[in-house]
Design a binder for this molecule. Structure first.
Ligand SMILES: Cc1ncc(COP(=O)(O)O)c(C=O)c1O
Length: 342
């Protein structure tokens, strides 16, 4: 693996795609299995304007990270979970079913070939973006017959620019992100287009992001546009239960395990009422991109609510620390989550 790092300003990485050396590209027709693919130079691809993904949004993706760790190794964090989720997303979106062997080979090959773009230990991480979409031409609404799977990567820094400040989020029932029995629990591209308008409204009002409520019961919370939510009330950590419209986050699952097994908190996956969240001791969001980020204020259309004392909560920081320490191999990994590539 190439260990001599690229000349990049590692201290000022944002969350934007930077070009790297190569990307994976594979093809598959419906009814077949994912077998073929190879690394090609990083760059643009061409598509027919009638490609199914451009007209009917038949596309899915994953988001994961590679780290250069304290043990001077390149590792992935729980890639089996991303592979399993992509398998589920392919099935839900009528795309040939992804398989773990193919997914892992494509991801590992792409990361290894671009290892010199992985930020040095302590400077950030490499975001890995597997994407899969229908490319055959369609005018009638139907699933494609030909598909492409790609993996590209980019060195990244923090997702939220606020850095040291807790988030200020906007909660409204004016928009829903996803509906029960819809595709909210698949990592389908359409879920993200649905969140663009609400997200930009929240940002234009000075908030960092949106909190979505449940489409059928607007008294309970769901998640954010790209992160799951947790609410601490006393010694009890609550998170919205999975059930169709929420993404089954890899970080969500890791936070639940860390909170239960390492911090002895009681964790409940349940319906979380808006009022419970607004009067909680701590609120945080979590995801691959955002890691664990504390929420200091939540505004509704009526009022601004300060969470706890408005700063990062103590348990939030403890959970974040443990998660990052495991990901960066600064402490032992008691759960076998780390997947070394070198
Ligand atoms: C809608 C949504 N919820 C939650 C998450 C967090 O999932 P994960 O922890 O697997 O990154 C994401 C990830 O980007 C997301 O897009």
């Amino acid at each position: 693996m190439k260990q001599n790092k690229q000349k990049i300003d590692w201290d000022n990485l944002g969350f934007n795609p930077l070009p790297t050396r190569s990307m994976w590209k594979g093809e598959c027709v419906s009814g077949d299995d994912w077998i073929n693919g190879k690394l090609i130079p990083y760059g643009e691809i061409s598509l027919s304007p009638a490609a199914c993904v451009l007209n009917y949004g038949q596309g899915i993706f994953e988001g994961m990270k590679a780290y250069h760790t304290a043990k001077d190794r390149i590792v992935l964090f729980r890639p089996d979970k991303n592979s399993a989720r992509m398998e589920k997303s392919t099935e839900r979106m009528c795309i040939p079913k992804m398989n773990e062997k193919y997914f892992m080979n494509a991801v590992s090959a792409t990361v290894k070939d671009n290892a010199d773009f992985i930020p040095p230990f302590g400077k950030g991480s490499m975001y890995i973006r597997p994407i899969c979409f229908g490319v055959s031409k369609a005018i009638a609404v139907q699933a494609a017959t030909e598909y492409v799977f790609m993996v590209f990567t980019s060195p990244v820094g923090p997702y939220f620019k606020v850095g040291a400040k807790p988030l200020h989020l906007y909660l409204t029932d004016k928009y829903h992100r996803a509906a029960p029995k819809g595709i909210g629990n698949a990592k389908a591209i359409g879920n993200y287009s649905a969140s663009l308008y609400p997200g930009s409204e929240a940002k234009s009002k000075g908030f960092n992001d949106m909190i979505y409520v449940h489409a059928k019961n607007e008294k309970i919370i769901e998640e954010m546009g790209a992160a799951n939510l947790f609410v601490l009330c006393g010694d009890e950590l609550l998170t919205p239960k999975l059930g169709g419209s929420i993404l089954d986050g890899v970080t969500r699952d890791s936070v639940i395990t860390i909170a239960r097994d390492l911090l002895n908190l009681t964790v409940r996956e349940t319906d979380v009422e808006i009022n419970t969240m607004l009067s909680a001791d701590e609120v945080f969001c979590c995801g691959t991109a955002v890691t664990v980020t504390g929420v200091g204020r939540i505004s509704t259309d009526k009022k601004e609510h300060v969470i706890g004392d408005g700063n990062f909560g103590e348990k939030t920081l403890q959970i974040k620390k443990k998660l990052l320490q495991i990901q960066k191999e600064e402490i032992d990994d008691p759960f076998e989550w780390i997947h070394p590539l070198s």
